[in-house]
Design a protein around this ligand. Sequence first.
Ligand code: BTN
Length: 258
Amino acid sequence: MISPLAWPAEAIWAQIFPLLPDFTVEVLPTIDSTNSELMRRARAGQQEATLLVAEQQTAGRGRMGRVWQSQPGDSLTFSISLPLAPQDWSGLSLAVGLSLAESLHPDVGLKWPNDLWFQDRKLGGILVEAASMGGRSQVVVGVGLNIRTRSADGLNTAPAALSELLPDMTAYTCLARVAAPLIKTLLAFEAEGFTPLQARFESRDVLKGRRVDVSDGQVGLALGVGRHGALRLQTAAGIQDIVSAEVSVRPLKSESTL
Ligand code: BTN
């Protein structure tokens, strides 16, 4: 059930309104997926900047067709829809992750391309989608953050939760910390791209210096990210730039040769 006083909708709106006068904040008790809803609206021609928070998602989606499961109160699930026209889209999801990590805690790490990590476990994920309508692009950035610890639920490792780092954190206080900086990051990305953020991403990069396994079959040593957000991988065939959003990467548990 929505507690309108607890969700910081007005405070967020007041911070963003001077930058985006048509900005709205919406909190729903339940929906299939905040990304799906904002993509439906974008495809129907809605161009207003919107922050949509759901207390519960019945069909939350992750990257690469995966399901995103969350329980009300145990996680924060929201999406932001914005008209965006950057010169270069590459690195957008890395910019989103960096903004979230910097708003949360110095110990939050970033696992290329879209995950927030803490102590080698997933703390949160990002799903970036875009709809093109008549030459204009509307981007939908979805964020799921684990607030309280939950069971492994069939995953190999139980996910991390922000309460491990920030014991008093709730979904409400978390949204208040991350939402306005994230929208400002999206607007800055539109103007400047990923390059100015590369060094800050690198300082939180949990893969750099580790051997990783890419879902396209490549194995190599992660060298960090390039100026446009590609994952640089030292492989037996030389340095490869991994750019596809359709791959997943995981660090190898044991040391092995390239
Ligand atoms: C991933 O790690 O694969 C991305 C997870 C993204 C989950 C968030 S929760 C809010 C928004 N709505 C969705 O259906 N997905 C994103």
